[in-house]
Design a protein around this ligand. Structure first.
Ligand code: 4FV
Length: 250
């Protein structure tokens, strides 16, 4: 069972998305425990302030360290252990990816720290946070959306979380490649059909076609993933076919 604590000044932003779908089902199945904490509850002044002006001047406000330190102490009584991670969500973090989601799904306790304003006092990253993670090279107004993405991507990898809606093994990135294209009824959409192989019932041909399309799309859109993916001899043969076909088309 994974227990997740989220620290934010906007707890309501997280409630609805985490009270539905696969995350709620994982909570109901006892696979996931989730607590959302209001950072202001860990402020030390009567105004419940959590931010202040930046040392060195400059625009905007910076989030104070102590409320986060107290919130983490509250979430992890006894401190951070080997099976725990305290993740600060920020554009300065390492890009979040499927491998990170797999690592989080194997944890015991995960604490997510959501920033706002110009960011969080650096001493949080230096002390209570065990890592910094970014959702991507763009600027949000807060870490909450990133926390939601991390929770969803991690929860669906918890054993037993994915019911019959498919298996994590069949995921994009499960084997480091982009997914193959999917089709469903009707067979004709605006005069556009479905690849005949998918209607053939020949599961060997279908598996091969899907693998080839995964390789083709990955090669076209994310070639850097191909360099990292564990490719089989069949994959290399399929890639040669793709290169030959595309030369002909060129
Ligand atoms: C972000 C990201 C992100 C930066 C300033 C919140 C904002 C504000 N978090 N991945 N990209 N955070 O843009 O995680 O404090």
């Amino acid at each position: 069972m994974l227990s997740v604590d989220v620290v934010t000044i906007f707890p309501r932003m997280l409630e609805a998305p985490l009270a539905d779908g696969i995350v709620q089902r994982a909570r109901d199945k006892g696979l996931l425990e989730l607590r959302v904490h209001d950072l202001r509850d860990f402020s030390s002044d009567k105004h419940r302030s959590v931010d202040d002006a930046p040392f060195g001047g400059g625009p905007g406000m910076v989030m104070k360290a102590e409320p986060f330190v107290r919130a983490v102490d509250h979430a992890l009584p006894g401190g951070r252990g080997a099976g725990d991670a305290v993740v600060l969500l920020s554009p300065r973090g390492r890009p979040f990816d499927q491998a990170t989601a797999r690592r989080y799904a194997a944890l015991t306790r995960l604490v997510l720290l959501c920033g706002r304003y110009e960011g969080i006092d650096e001493r949080v990253a230096e002390t209570v946070a065990s890592e910094e993670v970014s959702l991507g090279d763009f600027v949000l107004t807060g870490g909450e959306v990133a926390a939601l993405a991390v929770i969803e991507a991690t929860t669906r990898l918890l054993p037993g979380a994915l019911g019959d809606e498919g298996s994590a093994e069949a995921d994009s990135f499960a084997d480091g490649l982009l997914d193959y294209p999917h089709y469903t009824r009707p067979a004709q959409v605006d005069g556009r059909g479905v690849p005949e192989v998918l209607l053939s019932g020949d599961h060997g041909r279908i598996r091969r076609w899907r693998r080839k399309e995964s390789l083709r799309t990955t090669r076209a859109r994310r070639p850097e993933l191909l360099d990292r993916a564990p490719l089989t001899a069949e994959d290399r043969a399929l890639l040669r076919e793709i290169e030959t076909e595309e030369k002909v088309l060129a």
